[in-house]
Design a protein around this ligand. Sequence first.
Ligand code: PBG
Length: 328
Amino acid sequence: MMELIQRPRRLRGNDSIRRMCRETRMSPDSLIYPIFVDETLKGRRPIPALEGQYHYGLDTVCEAVRECLDAGVGRCILFGLPAKKDALGSSAWDEHGVVQEAIRVIKKEFPDFYVVTDVCMCEYTDHGHCGALCGHEVDNDATLELLAKTALSHARAGADMVAPSDMMDGRIGAIRTALDEAGYKNVPIMSYSAKYASAFYGPFREAAGSAPSFGDRKGYQMDPHNRREAIKECALDVDEGADILMVKPALAYLDVIRECKDAFDLPMAAYSVSGEYAMVKAAAAAGLIDEYRIMCESAVSVFRAGADILITYYAKELSQAMKKGDIG
Ligand code: PBG
């Protein structure tokens, strides 16, 4: 007979002890659900690229919120599809723009539902880039002003938090200054700090109508080869006043999540993006994987890597999985 002293299997004997000994803990409070609001839509319309997700009109966006609350999700991030686009993306900072109105509609019915807004120009510009152009390049410093105006208009409409996703240099500082000067000192900024130039955003760009009409986003989003640069981006955001950092996408960047988490004291968010969701849906539809278990395992891995907050199209299903104790 072998005389083993250490037997790790003792802690795996049944569900009760396994759940007690879990190293990674998470709750529905860590989840943020993305909601797409279309200014021209009445009712809701399925998003073909994102099975199970919808575009909502201003008349139905509260249904999306109600479904979140029923599932135990108390937070969303809003994306807008404007009626009109132009070269500068001026609908983005329109006081009566789609996101601004969506915030008002939601807050009227659900004042305690936490509303984060995505701050970017790509859904509002007719060329689909994340800022004002100078020739074929996005003009960094000219875009800062547009982003700051946009974030401020979200705060004025009642947004609880703003989340700039454009990757311009200096945007956190520009937005912080604009918010502070207008008296919104307590509106936090969740920065898409390490946002990579990723093919995983494909379905989103279809959903948001925000694919660039020429070129790509590699001139502002990060090169997937880079790890140290993520630390640098986070450090700049911390200096400029970010309250929450983010790594995006999630599953292909777990190493970056861990590294940034270890390097900074701020809460760390991860965005499990549209392509991650669409891949799971497609593989499940093909009968290749167990969707529920893959969803659970993927989310656990993001938290295990160090995320405190997860933005995901599976927020409602994950919340239920956490409440059942299947994860968390
Ligand atoms: C806007 C923005 C994008 C996403 C979030 N905010 C698209 C992009 O940068 O092209 C992607 C979200 C997803 O894929 O789920 N800039």
